[in-house]
Design a protein around this ligand. Structure first.
Ligand code: 5GP
Ligand code: ZN
Length: 105
């Protein structure tokens, strides 16, 4: 938990979100400013700022995020979709707590 992290606050329930998934490792909720018809963020409960900060111990976690995104996409009846990590300010990252964008129309 990082005190000034908006996604940690969402995970803790301090900031409300419309959670559509939650398990031991991650939560998922709709993006507040959707760029596609379905735009969901899959967010690990562990505070890791960026992809650059990942360690070998996080490999299982990162695979899990992709599996959760696939399951949500199936429930949403998305035939095709994009999965995206923005990495660093120059990569378009605004929230420095790793999150996977699931985007589909
Ligand atoms: P990034 O640019 O860091 O990859 O993506 C951050 C995403 O988080 C943006 O698409 C933005 O709309 C979303 N976001 C920022 N603040 C909130 C919030 O308080 N609630 C939700 N649900 N999404 C947020
Ligand atoms: Zn955080």
């Amino acid at each position: 938990m990082s005190n000034d992290c908006i996604f940690c606050k969402i995970i803790e329930g301090v900031i409300p979100s419309n959670q559509i998934h939650s398990d031991d490792l991650c939560v998922a909720f709709p993006d507040i400013n959707p760029k596609t018809k379905v735009h969901i963020l899959i967010v690990p409960t562990k505070h890791i700022p960026t992809i650059k900060d990942l360690g070998h111990e996080d490999e299982k976690l990162m695979g899990h995020l992709i599996g959760v995104a696939r399951d949500i996409a199936k429930k949403e009846n998305l035939e095709g979709y994009k999965l995206q990590f923005n990495v660093g300010e120059k990569g378009g990252q605004e929230v420095f707590h790793i999150h996977l964008h699931l985007m589909g129309n």
